[in-house]
Design a protein around this ligand. Structure first.
Ligand code: MIC
Ligand code: SF4
Length: 649
């Protein structure tokens, strides 16, 4: 049997373990990326580890999320990250340069490399044949410190694409079609590998749109082969030397296979409030639109924005619509300024904002109360746009631009508008004016810590017995946006866990912090896919700060489970899912004999003292994970290991 592309890349980067064992293996991490809203924690942890030099080939610290500076907080965080970048030899990307994933694809991504990023959409890099994985901040700090990442070996799902996209259908519609097929949990435990004749007609940025939204199906990452399209992209970016061809063997072995005929896909939309609530646009009843937002790491490429400009050229945005556009990178904005397309956007009445995540993470441009917003983004969770009562639909740039003209959600193939054709420039702009490259002589750079940067919480070793109240019972697919919401008001406190704790679970209940404080912490009961979505480790650190000891759930999303373990919070999986019904909020819960029970596979009895019932759970993790939990989280575990090593010497 031949090898998948995934295993080929894993094999060339393998440090220890065996891909055949299907358990855990350690790989070399060639590149890392951080962004600012998760990055402050990464660099605080790197500092706490006492790291002198980073071990990756290349690491980049982007500032793209918290770019509104309505107070000193975000600017303090930028200054801190800039000083950390200078101290550790990391490339710093100034605010205004663009969105980490789009920039990384343009300037640094390399076929065959492994990239670890403190953001769940790091898999965007899979569009040019790299294994690009999103992780919690601590894992990225460890990757920088030691140059490695330990991976629970995922299964590989092959999606074979045949046929050709119809006019007006684009990569975003493919991503949404896949979400409809797989749902937000269908990719958990898998790396998705694309193959087939259909991929030949997809450019690198099309592919990146698809791998980007692999995060929404819960996949560890998604990857396309490195072929002529990748070479072409790298040549235009002036980086042909980074090209290496990589593809799976024809007879590669896969754990699951799907086939999709691209020709059958129509313009799609994800309706409120989940990316998998997908239907064809033409099936959705007439939806009047208040806002259209184009951009985000999913759809802010040169091609996406040039298509938008071509659709809007010589026309006016509908009077009831506010059209906002955030380019993916300063290079794209510069090219569009030079070739006149920016002028076409402005003449149509579009609002152009700086290249950044912007409205995608609620950093400005919140819709009006009860407003309808069409967005080319990847997540439409309730409240994420900054307005709890707004309804967000996820669509392609084509659907967004045409709907901005008509004022209604419109299937672009049925609007009688001329279809845009975009020619790629021979050479993409590469000014790199917003990058600060580390200096060779780094000396004693001091970290710049403003008053907004507070110490992060560290857990205590796991006791033998836990007795607490069940503070909250939630349903399936709870997102990290539910656990620790983000918007322009809260994001400035990403370095200030005590302040953030006031808003923990605030999309679900307003009194979670009070409950936790009143009862001295406790447990949470969750449904399937608990912790899906963002990689933010704040969704573990804030519960840790509030005294949460364990999360008992039907299943967990990958990154969040790792973040819980790294924070020393027990993630326990319910063996018989029906038993979820046996516990209710405020029941008194007891777990005894913990150290022994968390050996992988052992049954853990979770006793409900209020009802006299019992749920049987398991801890699903490696022996190292169990050790980390016993020690009270990764940093304590590291200290223990170091002490052990000193003791041995
Ligand atoms: C997101 O899209 O949810 C974010 C904001 O980029 C997050 C990271 C964060 O919460 O800071 C992600 O995707 O990991
Ligand atoms: Fe930024 Fe949105 Fe992409 Fe997250 S999903 S990295 S917030 S653009």
């Amino acid at each position: 049997m031949g090898k998948s592309l995934t295993y080929k890349i894993i094999e060339i980067n393998m440090v220890s373990g065996s891909a055949k064992q299907k358990e855990e293996l350690t790989v070399k991490v060639n590149q890392t990326l951080t962004q600012d809203s998760t990055g402050t924690m990464v660099y605080l942890k790197l500092e706490a580890m006492g790291v002198k030099n980073i071990k990756t080939d290349l690491s980049v610290a982007y500032i793209d999320h918290n770019t509104l500076q309505t107070g000193f907080e975000n600017a303090d965080d930028h200054a801190f990250i800039k000083s950390a970048a200078a101290k550790y030899g990391i490339i710093y990307s100034k605010p205004g340069n663009g969105i980490c994933h789009q920039l990384h694809l343009e300037r640094f991504g390399k076929p065959g490399d492994i990239l670890l990023g403190s953001d769940s959409h790091t898999p965007t890099g899979g569009g040019l044949g790299m294994l690009a994985i999103g992780a919690g901040g601590l894992d990225v700090a460890v990757a920088m410190a030691h140059g490695i990442y330990t991976l629970k070996i995922p299964k590989v799902m092959n999606i074979e694409l045949s046929g050709k996209l119809q006019p007006w259908v684009s990569a975003k519609d493919v991503a949404l079609h896949i979400l409809k097929l797989l749902t937000v949990k269908g990719g958990v435990g898998y790396i998705i590998e694309y193959s087939g004749e259909g991929i030949r007609n997809l450019s690198v940025t099309d592919r990146a749109t698809i791998t980007n939204m692999g995060a929404e199906v819960g996949a560890t990452t998604s990857i396309f082969p490195s072929d002529e399209a990748v070479r072409d992209f790298l040549v235009r970016q002036g980086r042909e030397e980074d090209y290496i061809p990589f593809e799976a063997d024809d007879d590669a072995e896969y754990d699951k296979k799907l086939t999709i005929d691209l020709g059958e896909i129509r313009p799609m939309a994800a309706k409120p409030h989940s990316p998998d609530n997908v239907d064809e646009v033409r099936n959705i009843k007439r939806v009047k639109v208040d806002q259209v937002a184009i951009g985000s790491c999913t759809n802010s490429s040169y091609t996406d924005l040039m298509k938008t400009a071509a659709i809007l050229k010589g026309k006016r945005v509908h009077p009831d619509v506010s059209l906002v556009i955030a380019p993916g990178s300063s290079n794209i904005l510069k090219m569009m300024a030079d070739n006149g397309a920016l002028g076409d956007l402005l003449a149509s009445g579009a609002r152009i904002i700086e290249p950044a995540c912007g409205p995608c993470i609620g950093m400005g441009q919140a819709p009006r109360s009860g407003g309808i917003s069409l967005r080319t983004f990847n997540r439409n969770f309730r409240g994420r746009c900054g307005t709890d009562t707004a309804e967000v639909y996820l669509v392609s740039p084509e659907t967004a631009a045409v709907s901005a003209l008509t004022g209604y959600l419109t299937s672009p193939d049925e609007a009688g508008v001329e279809k845009p054709v975009v020619e790629l420039p021979e050479k993409f702009a590469a000014y790199d004016g917003y990058f600060i490259f580390p200096s060779e002589k780094r000396g004693n750079t001091e970290l710049v810590m403003g008053p907004n940067i507070k110490p992060f919480p560290v857990n205590k070793p796991l006791p033998q017995k836990l007795e607490c109240k069940l503070l909250l019972k939630v349903g399936d697919n709870i997102t990290t946006d539910d656990i620790m919401p983000s918007n322009a008001r809260l994001l400035p406190y990403r370095s200030n866990i005590p302040e953030l704790s006031k808003y923990c679970f605030s999309t679900i209940t307003k009194d979670f912090r009070d409950r936790a404080q009143k009862h001295g912490g406790g447990f949470i009961l969750g449904g399937e896919n608990y912790g899906q979505g963002s990689s933010r480790e704040h969704a573990a650190l804030v519960p840790l700060y509030l005294g949460i000891k364990a999360i008992i759930a039907k299943s967990f999303a990958r990154i969040h489970k790792d973040n819980l373990i790294n924070s020393g919070i027990l993630p326990l999986v319910i063996v018989d899912k029906n038993q979820y019904e046996l516990f209710d909020e405020y029941d008194e819960i007891e777990i005894d004999n913990i150290a022994e029970s968390i050996k992988n596979g052992n049954i853990i009895k979770v006793l409900n003292k209020t009802k006299g019932s019992e749920i049987l759970c398991r801890f699903e993790g490696s022996e190292t994970d169990a050790e980390i939990l016993r020690a009270g989280g990764y940093l304590n575990y590291m200290k223990r290991m170091e002490k052990g090593a000193e003791g041995d010497a």
